[in-house]
Design a protein around this ligand. Structure first.
Ligand code: EPU
Length: 337
């Protein structure tokens, strides 16, 4: 375990932004993590997982701890269900494929989401009608100050739409080291109701889809809309879909009758930010090396050498224009560092 100085993070963030960490260390076990924390009590710490949900706008003046804990295993099973544990540094998509390979159901709709397992509870990742909270049982996390491992149950995580305790009250206090999910072994709850999944399956003449079929359909859909970070730097959805009071929506909808929406509760409505950004004329636009993806307006991209600040400026410009046009505030989903 070596602490490296002035370390480039370009290959450690999916936006591909050049920024330097003052100090950098990769940890491969809970023991190594504890040692690093114990031996460096006074340094500021910056915790790095898969780097898929952050925008680096400056160098990191801290000890950057890259959580690279590996391992996945079955910890318990019954006839119908299985409990699987993955260490924080496991690549999310590889883990999802590993579960599908054993015909374990529950994660298939979240195929191809970039990032690592350990960061999935932080923002309760989700896609195509499923969220992590639907299969999450508990995670274990190390307290940065006391080095104790604490178990967080689903209730304790306080999951919401792209929200959890780790983005709020517990922010900066814990490092997630492993996550346990409860998956189905039979009677899988196949969910193909969202968007284009059913159409994609019909195209392939699939009537009774398996977990693998659903996963493959989602991979096809994602690949057609979302840029591959290996080819074009990005961080998935840059903004959250805004949730606004129904009364506000009704007022705004009168002025923009074509605005789509999804009911969230009796009193709240979710509006697709991608639609607002597209209507504001940003889709496919490029400002230097920073831009808005041509197939999905919610995704900001780095064409090569954009700085984090340049991407942040584009995001602010989008927020301002959307607010002016629709009187709706859109909030970043990505962590701006
Ligand atoms: N839309 C547009 N133009 C666009 C993009 C979207 O008009 O450029 C409108 C359309 O009305 C479309 C609707 O937005 O029907 C929804 O679009 P889509 O199904 O592509 O989903 P999204 O709301 O844009 C969310 C998640 C994605 C997830 C997809 C699929 C958030 C912030 N994003 O996007 O998650 O993959 O649903 O479930 O909730 C991520 O978080 O990084 C991410 C990619």
């Amino acid at each position: 375990m070596e602490i490296l100085a002035n370390f480039s993070l370009k290959n450690y963030n999916t936006f591909g932004i050049e920024a330097k960490a003052k100090q950098f260390v990769s940890v491969h076990s809970v023991e190594e993590l504890k040692t690093v924390l114990q031996e460096n009590p006074t340094q500021k710490k910056f915790i790095l997982g898969g780097g898929s949900n952050m925008l680096l706008t400056q160098d990191i003046d801290a000890l950057t701890i890259h959580v690279d804990l590996k391992g996945k295993k079955i910890i318990e099973q019954t006839e119908d269900a299985v409990w699987v544990e993955a260490k924080a540094g496991e690549n999310w998509h590889e883990f999802v494929l590993w579960t599908i390979g054993q015909d374990f159901g529950g994660l298939e709709n979240m195929s191809l989401i970039p990032g690592n397992v350990g960061t999935t509870p932080i923002q309760n990742i989700g896609a195509y009608g499923t969220e992590i909270k639907d299969t999450f049982v508990f995670c274990e996390a190390m307290n940065i100050e006391t080095f104790e491992i604490k178990k967080f149950t689903k209730e304790e995580c306080k999951f919401g739409y792209r929200e959890s305790i780790f983005k709020n009250e517990a922010k900066g206090q814990y490092i997630i080291v492993s996550v346990v999910f409860k998956l189905t072994k039979q009677k899988h709850k196949i969910n193909i109701s969202y968007g284009d999944i059913a159409a994609e399956l019909t195209k392939k003449d699939i009537v009774t889809p398996t977990l693998k079929d659903v996963s493959n359909a989602i991979i096809t859909i994602r690949q057609s809309k979302l840029p591959d970070p290996k080819e074009l730097g990005n961080s998935g959805s840059f903004f959250k879909n805004p949730i606004i009071p129904k009364s506000d929506f009704e007022r705004i909808h009168l002025l923009h009758p074509e605005m789509p929406s999804y009911s969230v509760s009796e009193t709240q409505v979710k509006v697709p930010a991608g639609w607002l950004i597209e209507k504001a004329g940003f889709k496919g636009k490029r400002f230097g090396d920073a831009g808005i993806h041509k197939n999905q307006a919610l995704v900001l991209v780095n064409y090569g050498n954009a700085t984090g600040q340049e991407i942040l400026n584009v995001s602010k410009d989008i927020q301002k224009t959307v607010k002016e046009l629709f009187d709706i505030e859109i909030e970043a989903e990505v962590n701006v560092i």
